[in-house]
Design a protein. Structure first.
Length: 202
């Protein structure tokens, strides 16, 4: 029996690259999806996402561009850091559900992780289960239900980096920084950089 196709949300970071490599390793069609919502790192993230697809041997990602000022308020919301996007994973999953329907895929893979406390609030399992239930409410009856998978949810950053190495993910070509320099160099100060340094140093 042919394996169900999977849409993989790809950001250009280590976590999503590991998800892509896992999807590739288990067989079946893989449909990477990159979303440019105007984030500061978008050009570098898109470059990294394309590089991941080429290196891992997957199709080039579908690219969706969104432009809405409220998506990039960051620290404008009290207590939230640079890189915070209201409802980010809800928006990304909605787009992935649409692509999955178009491609007749029945699985969506997202690289959420409980260690990620950098202002992204929609990463817990309660949210992910609710998102999956909602996705299936709007799924055409002629298609099988869609499953949202989050294989890295309970791994430490050290474990994620070890898994990346085992899967031959080109870690050096990924990007974790939310506010890179003009040449794409990591700022070394944002939440994304802090978590990356922690994962690499553990």
């Amino acid at each position: 029996m042919e394996k169900a196709g999977r849409v993989v949300l790809l950001s250009g970071g280590v976590d999503s690259a590991v998800c892509l490599a896992l999807a590739k390793a288990t067989g079946g069609a893989v449909f990477p999806l990159f979303v440019d919502y105007g984030q500061l790192a978008a050009p570098w993230e898109q470059k990294a996402a394309i590089a991941m697809c080429l290196r891992i041997g997957c199709p080039l990602p579908s690219i969706i561009t969104l432009r809405a000022s409220f998506l990039n308020c960051g620290a404008a919301i009290q207590g939230m850091p640079i890189g915070y996007v209201p409802g980010r994973n809800l928006i990304l999953l909605a787009l992935a559900v649409g692509l999955a329907e178009r491609r007749r895929a029945s699985r969506i893979i997202i690289g959420t992780n409980v260690v990620d406390t950098t202002g992204v609030t929609d990463t817990n399992e309660s949210f992910l289960r609710a998102a999956m239930a909602t996705a299936n409410l709007c799924r055409p009856p002629s298609l099988e239900g869609v499953t949202i998978e989050y294989p890295l949810q309970h791994l430490s950053k050290k474990e994620i980096f070890a898994l990346a190495r085992n899967l031959d993910v080109p870690i050096g070509e990924t990007i974790s920084c939310y506010a890179p320099e003009n040449d794409g160099a990591a700022c070394g100060k944002c939440g994304g950089c802090t978590l990356r340094m922690k994962g690499e140093g553990e």
